[in-house]
Every structure is written in structure tokens, then in C-alpha cells.
Design a protein around this ligand. Structure first.
Ligand code: ASP
Ligand code: CP
Length: 322
């Protein structure tokens, strides 16, 4: 986590990029998440560790999983949690992001969880406020807690990710999940291959985020048999201004996890797992058979999202000196 002195003169920890976390910090967050998952199984799901602290979810882009899991995570740690979204806030009256953020911060909040369509938004917010900031997805840039929960879910099934081959497939151009996952997976020593059609592979990808030691491919069928984990990315139609592939059918034929590819994966490696951050376009990037297969971690990822976000809030907020 990056530690910075704020305008108010206090020291604050933020989680803005997966690159903020070295291997020991990723390990600490994943280990604490393991303990937090125990609480998820209990009848009374409460720990008093963030009593008296206030967490605000500021979501200027739609979300089901991230927003609700941060809310549940904060509540289970006894924090007070407030949700503010673009629709229904004074943003719709033209209030700027800066004024909105300063207004919320002036109420005395301890942490802001920010999702915004602009890359760099969470970083910008962290420079305006005297609170901890977590990036819950900024444009096409990063989604660090998603990468942590993905690593957590894969480790639960595969054990250590050191040397394991993770294949990330699909809309790399518009995905913030891919970049954060690449960074975290390399931090944990995994071998990573990014697969996409040429039109959805950004031109500067070879130097992405200064991460090294990953491979690129346009041939999913060639890569699939060596995969320990396949992570399918959503085709992000809301971010596409032009045609990135001729038809949905052609995309599926070339880059979808279809039923025949599921068979090929399982035949080559019966222990391989399938991930998707959600929401899924069933029938486009992932067939229903693959999404619902025994190898699929999709719902494990959702469940891990609560434990991992409890852990992140705990590591940011618990025991700090204000
Ligand atoms: N939900 C993830 C995100 O917000 C992935 C996706 O939307 O495709 O980045
Ligand atoms: N995976 C993910 O971030 O989902 P939401 O967009 O629903 O939060």
C-alpha cells in the first residue's frame, strides 16, 4: 500500500494500484482474508475492529459485486458505511468530482472507496482528501481488489501460484482487471499469458505497467492446454466506440471459452480452473457450460470479494494513529 502525507499533514495508506503492493503485502492481505472468510461462515458476522470508523463508497459507475461487498465488508468490521452513487447525488446537478469529494470528506470520513470511469480518478481523489482511498475501478486502468480476490480464489483451489500458468483472455484494451491481475500474479510468481485478438490488444502492452516476464498470444487454442487457470474478460461494449471485431459470433469462435474449449482444457488438465470477474456475457466470451462447470470459480470469486475487502479495510484502517 502506498503511504503518503496528506494535505492535512497526516499519513494515510491508500490502495490505488496493484503495483502499490509488494509480495509480502499481498501475502499479508491474502492471509488475513483467509481469517476473515472464517467470519463469513459464522452465524453472527461481526468483528469490532473498525468500530467508530466511517467508510464511504463513492461509485460513479455501475457495480453489483464491488459496491455491495465493500459495504458488507465494512459492516462486518463494525464500520459505519455510506453509499453515494453518481445517479441520485448532486453530481447529476453538475457538481464536479472535486467538489463532491471535498464535500464528503468534510463530513469526517476515514476511507473513501472510489469507482469512476476516468483512469486515474482514485489517484486524483487521494490528493484532495485527508482519508484513506481505495481504487474500486478507474476507467481502463486498474481494479486492485479484484486482482487480490482473484489470486485468493485461485490459491484456494490450486495452492501456491508460483510457477502456475494463468491465461487471461479477451478485451485487454478496455479491461482494468487484466492489468491489475497481471501485476499481482507476477508479484506472486505466476507465469502469465495475455490472449486477445489484435484489435483488442493495446499497442503498448509489451511495456504495460513496467511488469516483465509475461507472454502475448493471439491463439487461444495453442495456449489453453498448458493453463492452470483461464481468466475470461468481459467484452466491454460500453467502452467501445467502433467495431473491434466483425461479429459476436466470430469473437466467440476465436476467443470465447466455448464448450469444445472447456473439453480441451479439462482433458489437458483436469485440475485447471476458470475465472471471470463478472458480470458475464454468457454465450459471448464464456459459454454457460464453462461458467457453471465444476472448474468455474465465478461464485468463489464473489464470496472471496467480501473476505478480501474486509482484509484490505483492516490493513488500511485498523490500528492506525490518526
Ligand atoms: N466488473 C469488472 C470491472 O468493473 C469487470 C467488468 O466489468 O468487466 O472492471
Ligand atoms: N467484478 C466487478 O467489479 O463487478 P462489479 O462491476 O459488479 O462491481
Amino acid at each position: 500500500m502506498s503511504t503518503v502525507a496528506t494535505a492535512g499533514g497526516r499519513t494515510r495508506r491508500h490502495l490505488l494500484s496493484s503495483a502499490d503492493l509488494d509480495r509480502a503485502q499481498v501475502r499479508a492481505i491474502l492471509d488475513t482474508a483467509g481469517e476473515m472468510q472464517g467470519i463469513q461462515q459464522r452465524e453472527v458476522k461481526k468483528l469490532p475492529v473498525l468500530r467508530g470508523r466511517t467508510v464511504v463508497n463513492l461509485f460513479f459507475e455501475d457495480s453489483t459485486r464491488t459496491r455491495s461487498s465493500f459495504e458488507i465488508a465494512g459492516k462486518w468490521l463494525s464500520a459505519d458505511v455510506v453509499n453515494i452513487s453518481g445517479n441520485g447525488s448532486s453530481t447529476s446537478k453538475g457538481e464536479s468530482l472535486r467538489d463532491t469529494v471535498l464535500t464528503v470528506a468534510a463530513m469526517g470520513v476515514d476511507a473513501l472507496v472510489v469507482r469512476h470511469s476516468a483512469s486515474g480518478a482514485a489517484h486524483q481523489v487521494s490528493q484532495w482528501v485527508d482519508a484513506h482511498v481505495v481504487n474500486a475501478g478507474d476507467g481502463t486502468h486498474e481494479h486492485p481488489t479484484q486482482a487480490l480476490l482473484d489470486a485468493y480464489s485461485m490459491e484456494r483451489r490450486l495452492g501456491s501460484l508460483e510457477g502456475r500458468h494463468v491465461v487471461i483472455v479477451g478485451d485487454l484494451t478496455h479491461s482494468r482487471v487484466a492489468r491489475s491481475n497481471l501485476i499481482t500474479l507476477r508479484t506472486l510468481g505466476a507465469r502469465v499469458t495475455l490472449v486477445a485478438p489484435p484489435t483488442l490488444m493495446p499497442s503498448g502492452i509489451a511495456t504495460w505497467s513496467q511488469v516483465d516476464g509475461f507472454e502475448l498470444s493471439h491463439d487461444l487454442d495453442a495456449v489453453l492446454p498448458t493453463a492452470d487457470a483461464v481468466m475470461m474478460l468481459r467484452v466491454q461494449r460500453e467502452r467501445m466506440s467502433g467495431g473491434f471485431f466483425p461479429t459476436a459470433r466470430e469473437y466467440t469462435v476465436g476467443f470465447g471459452l466455448t464448450r469444445p474449449r472447456l473439453q480441451a482444457l479439462v482433458t489437458a488438465n483436469p485440475d485447471a480452473v476458470i475465472c471471470h470477474p463478472g458480470p458475464m456475457n454468457r454465450g459471448l466470451e464464456i459459454a454457460a457450460d464453462a461458467a457453471d462447470a465444476a472448474q468455474s470459480l465465478v461464485l468463489d470469486q464473489v464470496s472471496a470479494g467480501v473476505a478480501v475487502r474486509m482484509s484490505v479495510l483492516y490493513h488500511l484502517l485498523a490500528g492506525e494513529e490518526s
